[in-house]
Ligand binder design. Structure first.
Ligand code: NAD
Ligand code: ZN
Length: 250
């Protein structure tokens, strides 16, 4: 029996599939991951200078320029065949997408996302008064974003507007975290796609599904061992494997 056949046998009876996606899910859309490749973001930038509240207080223009560059990358990117495969799968059974990604590629492919556990790049809010910032950003292509850029000003208090992502040292947004845990409790099978499993507490989510005895399948060119059954660890990319799986299951 091939691994793919084993995976299909495990997934076919599932009426409710949860998906936990990480940065690797967006890699083939051209959005760099944080870890796991030579051009990943953390190999080129120091996260402690860019993804903490202290970094913002120290040099908001440096931090904002980095996020503005990432927002522009996402705006220029398109969902790939793997994102679309999850949409096709959701036509045949319930699919709960839980993502660590701060982009909107699942949504733009047509998925209803159950939880963005690390927030969203585009959910801008004021660093000072926490009010959401509704005003659109000026259009910008990634290559034109300068090294430093003043953040937009809050329309309520004049403070500085920050991206709606969870920085190191910050608590996860409560409702998405509750939704994510619920998806792990309710699923008949879990697909873990493109995550290194190094960022807690998100990395603890697959264990909730394991504990209930449901099959957990991992798709990652460098599997992190989040699927306990080695036959369900696919050393493959999201855009390659998800369409094959969906074809067999739809
Ligand atoms: P990570 O960067 O730590 O790990 C990425 C994983 O994806 C690696 O294990 C890598 O081997 C794998 N991968 C690379 N290419 C892949 C592909 N084509 N298909 C499948 N897997 C592939 O990412 P993480 O575990 O999500 O964790 C860290 C944090 O990074 C999260 O908080 C997330 O918010 C943030 N992040 C988000 C984005 C995004 O929104 N697109 C991008 C970078 C980082
Ligand atoms: Zn404000």
């Amino acid at each position: 029996m091939t691994d793919l056949q084993h995976a299909i046998d495990m997934l076919a009876p599932a009426r409710r599939i949860a998906v936990l996606s990480g940065a690797g899910m967006s890699a083939e859309s051209g959005i760099p991951t944080f870890r796991g490749s030579h051009d990943s973001l953390w190999s080129r930038f120091d996260p402690m200078r860019l993804a903490t509240a202290d970094a913002w207080r120290e040099d908001a223009a440096l931090v904002w320029a980095w996020y503005r560059w990432r927002i522009a990358l996402v705006a220029d990117a398109q969902p790939h065949a793997g994102h679309r495969a999850l949409v096709a799968l959701a036509r045949t059974r319930r699919v709960d997408v839980v993502t660590q990604n701060v982009d909107d590629l699942h949504e733009r492919a047509g998925s209803m996302v159950q939880a963005h556990v690390h927030g969203s790049l585009l959910a801008l809010r004021c660093f000072d008064c926490a009010q959401p910032h509704g005003a659109p950003l000026d259009a910008m292509v990634a290559a034109d974003v300068p090294q430093r850029l003043a953040p937009p000003r809050c329309l309520h208090c004049g403070g500085q507007v920050r991206p709606g992502v969870v920085w190191f040292g910050e608590a996860l947004p409560q409702q998405p975290w509750t939704n994510a845990q619920q998806a792990m409790q309710d699923c008949d099978a879990l697909l873990v796609v493109g995550t290194s499993g190094l960022v807690q507490p998100a990395a603890s989510l697959p264990a909730l599904a394991h504990r209930r005895g449901v099959p957990v399948l991992e798709i990652n060119p460098e599997p992190a061992g989040l699927a306990r059954d080695p036959r369900l660890r696919f050393a493959a990319s999201a855009a390659q494997l998800l369409p094959s799986l969906a074809d067999q299951l739809c």
